[in-house]
Design a protein around this ligand. Structure first.
Ligand code: CMC
Length: 432
């Protein structure tokens, strides 16, 4: 709907009270009813668990049409970016909502390459944590700890925020790789400034001081694609967390550390690891694909088809479509076969012809096929969500910066509908 066609107001009737609420129109025609004055005028609040109907901010970063399966970063279709761009350029695009000039790109590439080292003292943080600890917990701790190295007195300036942003984007791969090296007891590998962003990640993950390691360009390109596809996804759970924490005035590192924790859950980024566990259990004969699907449809089983369904997409997730094809390409380029891909295809085929999934519009999401590619690249399954976090970092940072610059932004503080006991009198413990 265009701005001209859109209604200017929406009428709300509460008892004998009638209210004209302003209607907002997004740049792609989506309608929103502005309820900012609702409580002060009527005393009522809205009720929207999970916030599925609530626009908490305006944003210029990412557009998502879940009905049609469209995803664009600042107007550029994800399919074009996946095919023609690279992750560093996409980072800039999200941060500035425009493509960089060649000079800007060169400078930015230099910046996110030359700020990759961690303070030597920070290594002790990794050493103090159990090797079996999940790397997402290690990464959240290390990113939070970065704020102790970049503390500033007084209010944050735009220059300081940019400097923090560059450092965080540059250091996240180092933190991620250190969390892995710590878990397997290998020495940390310092970043190499002569490598591309993605090749350097592979170097820090897989090189050792004992021998030569040259990142495989096929693997580096596949990794770059994965990072591009994960780079932003508007107001998802972790991004909303980053904005919420940032809304209190907390610094970027603290806000993003909270976002990493939010991403870890299996209903969000943790689904990529859960998908591989699911596929592996079917491969190992715990139950057949059909038996698993029957279980996933039973409400009380506690089992879901991981990597399927999405709060916003009621169509095929465009990222899953790209990743499905990439599974074939990467496995072929590396000369590998993976029975997990066949199982995933079988699950998808059963789901897409089953009424339960059809009626609920449940399609593969970004996490359904990504794990098969990570696995082919040699990345262990407990690191999958960490790689999601490396990819999502520019989105978190861009959304945090946007919030800081938004004159309409206020501290996030939702209301509730209290359903607890009414007023009662305290009785001493001896009389209870
Ligand atoms: N398997 C079986 N049933 C499902 C699934 C699934 N994967 N997803 C949703 N449903 C059912 C759900 O039980 C409900 O049924 P009913 O209407 O009978 O109560 C209906 O579909 C709607 O689901 P919902 O849980 O109300 O939907 P939501 O928008 O709250 O949740 C979701 C979205 C992604 C958490 C959910 O689809 C899910 O748990 N999927 C599996 C986990 C997953 O793949 N997560 C990754 C999400 S995409 C990437 C990311 O965000 O990181």
């Amino acid at each position: 709907m265009t701005k001209k066609q859109a209604p200017k107001t929406a009428k709300l009737i509460i008892g004998d009270q009638e209210l004209d609420l302003p209607v907002m129109v997004g740049s792609e025609g989506e309608l929103a009813i502005d309820i900012t004055k609702l409580r002060s005028t009527t005393g009522a609040v809205t009720f929207d668990p999970g916030l599925g109907n609530t626009g908490a901010c305006t944003s210029k970063i990412t557009f998502l049409d879940g009905e049609q399966g469209i995803l664009r970063y600042a107007g550029y279709p994800i399919e074009e970016l996946a095919q023609q761009s690279n992750f560093v350029e996409v980072m800039w695009l999200l941060l500035h909502q425009d493509l960089p000039s060649s000079t800007q790109l060169e400078q930015f590439n230099h910046d996110v390459t030359h700020h990759t080292m961690l303070h030597e003292d920070l290594k002790r943080l990794f050493a103090s944590l159990p090797k079996a600890g999940h790397p997402m917990a290690v990464c959240a701790a290390a990113v939070g700890a970065l704020s102790t190295y970049y503390q500033k007195a007084g209010p944050q300036t735009a220059e300081q925020n940019w400097s923090d942003a560059v450092r965080l984007l540059a250091k996240m791969p180092t933190i991620a790789a250190y969390s892995f090296k710590h878990s397997i007891g290998q020495p940390f590998m310092y970043p190499r400034n002569d490598l591309s962003y993605s090749s350097n990640i592979l170097h820090m993950m897989f090189a050792t001081p004992c021998g030569k390691y040259e990142p495989n360009p096929v693997i580096a390109r596949a990794l770059d694609l994965l990072l591009i596809l994960h780079a932003d996804h508007e107001q998802n759970c972790s991004t909303s967390t980053v904005r919420t924490v940032g809304s209190s005035g907390a610094n970027l590192f603290a806000s993003v550390s909270a976002g990493i924790s939010a991403l870890w859950g299996p209903l969000h980024g943790g689904a990529n690891e859960a998908v591989i566990d699911m596929l592996t259990s079917i491969r190992d004969g715990e139950r057949s694909a059909r038996q698993f699907m029957d279980l996933a449809k039973q409400k009380n089983s506690g089992v879901r088809l991981m990597g399927f369904g999405h709060r916003v997409y009621k169509n095929y997730d465009p990222r899953a479509l790209i990743l499905k094809q990439a599974c074939y390409d990467v496995l072929a380029e590396l000369g590998r076969k993976d029975p997990l891909l066949d199982i995933a295809l079988e699950l998808e085929q059963i789901a897409l012809s089953d009424n339960y999934f059809i009626e609920r519009k449940l399609y593969p999401n970004v996490d359904f096929y990504s794990g098969i590619i990570y696995k082919a690249l040699g990345i262990p399954s407990d690191m999958f969500t960490v790689f999601f976090a490396i990819g999502r970092m520019p989105g978190w940072v861009a959304q945090w910066l946007e919030y800081q610059g938004d004159s309409a932004a206020r501290i996030t503080r939702p209301r509730q509908i209290y359903m607890g006991p009414n007023k009662r009198t305290y009785t001493d413990v001896s009389k209870r």
